[in-house]
Write a protein that binds this ligand. Structure first.
Ligand code: BEZ
Length: 255
């Protein structure tokens, strides 16, 4: 997980509830069955994990954020603070599921190896993350505004947005067979203007600046994005692209 990003459950609920609300397609790909033991990798505040639990699955949620895990526990979930790049499970899950979390993990090989270890034989890995080109306009505005201040904007980018080819190759190399994988543009309406989004998801950029300079930076980025992301009615829409996939643990050497 990127160490400069923090998660405040209250701010997240206010600005990013759409993340769990828009998870229908990846839940459909997961096709959860009653009684299955499923790991939710990067479970955040647990709202989606709780929906899967309500469908009869035995859920365990892990997340790198202590405050988010506290929020998930308040929903009655088995939720644990754990680094997604250092999963410590051994062949105990029928499926590993992840929604909108893997793009925060910059060592995908470590994540995928941990997922494979966590899965029982024939277990499946089903996930959605930001894919290649995700939030490209927002990212460019953030980077450009840091560059204009004499900083290295690109070095502040905390996200990993892979292509289909790149992620398929990583999955296969780690001993998965890929069932489905696709890059899907998903323009995402925001609950307000882009300010809430920037304050929730762009801490890595804001953290490069003294606190007193951040409001002007956010305002500059917002105004650069206004002509690109606002429609005739004044509604903001973020330029999301999703990478969705299903993969199963291959039987290699009969293990
Ligand atoms: C995403 O879900 O694709 C996303 C979330 C926050 C920042 C960037 C991308």
């Amino acid at each position: 997980m990127n160490s400069t990003q923090t998660w405040d459950p209250e701010r997240y609920a206010r600005n990013a509830r759409f993340v769990s609300d828009l998870a229908g397609p990846v839940v459909e790909l997961l096709d959860p069955r009653r009684g299955e033991r499923i790991l939710d990798l990067g479970c955040g505040d647990g709202v989606l994990t709780a929906k899967l639990a309500a469908m009869g699955c035995e859920m365990v949620g892990v997340d790198g954020s202590g405050p988010q895990i506290e929020a998930a526990r308040k929903l009655g979930l088995d939720a644990r603070v754990m680094d997604g790049e250092k999963l410590s499970f051994d062949e105990e899950f029928d499926a590993v599921f992840s929604n909108a979390a893997l793009h925060w993990m910059r060592s995908p090989e470590a994540v995928i190896a941990g997922v494979r270890r966590a899965l029982r034989r024939k277990g499946r890995f089903v996930a959605e993350l930001g894919g290649y080109g995700c939030v490209a306009k927002i990212k460019k505005a953030l980077v450009d505004a840091l560059n204009r201040r004499g900083l290295d904007g690109e070095a502040a980018v905390p996200w990993y947005f892979p292509t289909v080819e790149e992620y398929s190759a990583l999955l296969k190399k780690a001993g998965f067979s890929v069932g489905y994988i696709a890059l899907v543009p998903r323009p995402t309406p925001l609950p307000g203007d882009v300010t809430g989004w920037l304050e929730t998801f762009a801490e890595s950029f804001l953290g490069r600046l003294p606190a007193a300079e951040r409001p002007a930076y956010v305002a500059e980025v917002r105004e650069a994005l206004r002509p690109l992301l606002v429609d005739a009615e004044g509604k903001w829409t973020a330029d999301y692209v999703r990478l969705r996939f299903t993969a199963s643990r291959s039987i290699v050497g009969n293990v």
